[in-house]
Structures are given as C-alpha cells and as structure tokens.
Ligand binder design. Sequence first.
Ligand SMILES: *Cc1c(COP(=O)(O)O)cnc(C)c1O
Length: 392
Amino acid sequence: MKFEGSFTQQEPIPEAGIAAANAVMQSGRLHRYNTSGDELGETALLEKEFAAFTGATYALAVTSGGYALATALRSLGVEPGHKVLTNAFTLAPVPGSIAAVGATPIFVETTEALVIDLDDLATKAEQSTAKVLMLSHMRGHQPDMAALVDIAEELGLSIIEDCAHTMGGRSGNVVSGRHGLIACYSTQTYKHINSGEGGFLVTDDADIAARATLLSGSYMLYDRHGAGPELDAFEPFRDTTPNVSGRMDNLRAAILRPQLAVLPDRVARWAALHDAMEQGLRHVPGVHLIRRDPSLERVGSSFQFVMPEKRAEWIADFVSRCSARGVELKWFGAKRAHGFTSSHRNWAYAGRFALPRTDRVLAGLLDMRLPLTFSEADCATISEIIRDEAGK
Ligand SMILES: *Cc1c(COP(=O)(O)O)cnc(C)c1O
C-alpha cells in the first residue's frame, strides 16, 4: 500500500478571499496606507479582527512571523550583544530573529513532552543576563503556562510568545498568545491561515504597539491604524525609532480575513485528524506518543511521535522506507538540516550548546504535517504504513 496524498497541499483560498483580493487589485490601492479619507483598508480591518479574535488590545499585521519576532525584540529594547532565552526545540526563524537584531540565543532544554524545561530555564536565566524569553510553542506543545509566568515574573523576564503553531488554540481558558507581553503569529502558507507570507504581533502595551508600528514602516501615517494605540503613544518614539519596513499589504490582508473567520472550524477539523493519527498509532511497538496536556486546546496541524529505543541508522532507514510509500516524516535527529527541519546543532552562528536532554529527545523525534486536505481515512492509511514499517 502506498499513500498518494500530498503533505504540502493546503486548501485553496476561500472564494470570498479571492473576490476581495480582486477588488483590491482593481482599486490599485495595495499599500496599507494608500486609503482615501476615513476609509479603513483591508490591512487595518484585518488588524481589528485579529485583535478581537485574540482579545489583545493592539494588533499589527506584518510581512512574516519571523519579522514579527524580530520586531517584538526591538520594541522591547533588545540590542546587539544582549542575550535572549529560547527553547532549544524550535524552528530556524526563532533563533534567526534573535540573530537578526544582533543578540545571542541561549537555548533552554526540552522535556520529553516537547516543552521548555522550567528548571533549566530558571538556571539559565540566573546564569545569563537575559531579560527576555522568546517562548516558542513549537508544534503546539506548551508548558504549564501558569507556572512559567510565575517563574518569568520571579526572574524578571519579559515573555514573547511564538504562536506560529498555536494560532486558534487555547491553554486553559486563555487564547494562545495572551500569557506574555507580546505574541507573534505567522500566516505563511504552512500555518493556520495562509497568505503565502505574513504575520502578526499583538500586545496590550501601548508603548510596545507604538514602537512596533513605527518599526514596521508606518512613516508618519500611524494614525490610520485600525487596531493601534492613541496618537500620544507614538510621540516619545516617532523620532527615535528606525523604519525597518515590514508592513503587510492589502492584498494579503484581503486573502486572510475570510480565513480568520473560519479558523475555529479549521481548528475542529485539525483536532479530528490529530485524534485519528493518535488512534492509529496508539499501540504500535516502538512508537511512543507525546503526552497530551488535557488543559490545552491544541491545533493539530502537525503530529509528532518518538522512537527512543531505535538507533539513528534504523530511524534514517525507517524514514526512507516510509517516504518510499508516500509518507513524509521529518526527523529531528538527523545530522544535517534537511528541508524545513533543523536543530540547534545546525545553527552554528549562535554558538555551541550542551543540551543533552534535548538531544536525547530529538534523536528519536519524528514529525509530520497534517494538511486539511487530508481526511480521517488518509490518517488511517498513513498510520497503517507507519505501523507496518515500524515493525520491520
Ligand atoms: C513558521 C514559523 C515561524 C515564523 O515563520 P515565517 O516563515 O517567518 O512566517 C516562527 N516560529 C515557528 C515555530 C514557525 O514554525
């Protein structure tokens, strides 16, 4: 049996998004500040809607998730030479955003539940001079957020949440991205709403919102924001904040608005796919599922499992046997970065780190996308192939 679906095939843009994008193109007004009178463009409307969706006071739409992360650091005053704490298990744009502002990532260990190790966080925060934690909710896994917030408060750490994989999810009763000072999201093609490239930054802090807006390249047109702070908030920063252009445009915003409206429905569909994968792989010898935190409403846009008893050579062979049968697995234990998958060992610009616990977890960690073009029957087929190959 071979699986014929494509792990990289997303759904089409909803018709309403295509119509709205056409209208923007016909208007010729693609730049977000190219509006007439009091008219709110698609980008400003999207920001208002995203602020309402998350419950944040302010939302800023930008060109990418990575840009939002770097802007968050800049608006907190992170400068070259500063240290920023972050999870060792994350995706390349996270340490990349820290490097983009000339700062240095300090990687914190990862537990078997694929979340940040809170003891190691406390140790590294005390050892370093870091004042910022960039907490990546990698693949939707999250630590006990109440405990983490307490620790961060005690250590004087500001939290930036990377919600690229949790947009639309919740932790406890809190919308993902509402525990920290700033949260960043991505609308890149493989995330939960798709504009090719794009991202958001949300915060309740008017100073941060003003600085981030100026950084994003608002020139002196920031009064045209739909979901930005009052004009006085900009006054202290308007002449001292560099313009690091990274605005979202109206075309992307037009594509995103109808997708944001159906995000809760997408989250429910992803949950069904994720449940189907869990069910299919529950009792497979050698395959361990990741402990599920019942207080999390995860967005099941990807699926992870670990094979801790297997040697590297066996896993490499397993991955290629699955691939030959149409099942594309990503392996975090590979020596070289491959496709979208890399680890701290491949981020040499950041320096070398001893992360034995993370390395033990990553050595057996396998990961796959679950695009919404898959059905539950597809998940059953994929599980069957994995089960079959795991037994060889
Ligand atoms: C995709 C992603 C980002 C940001 O991605 P962009 O491609 O810059 O939009 C950040 N963090 C994680 C974990 C991601 O997967």
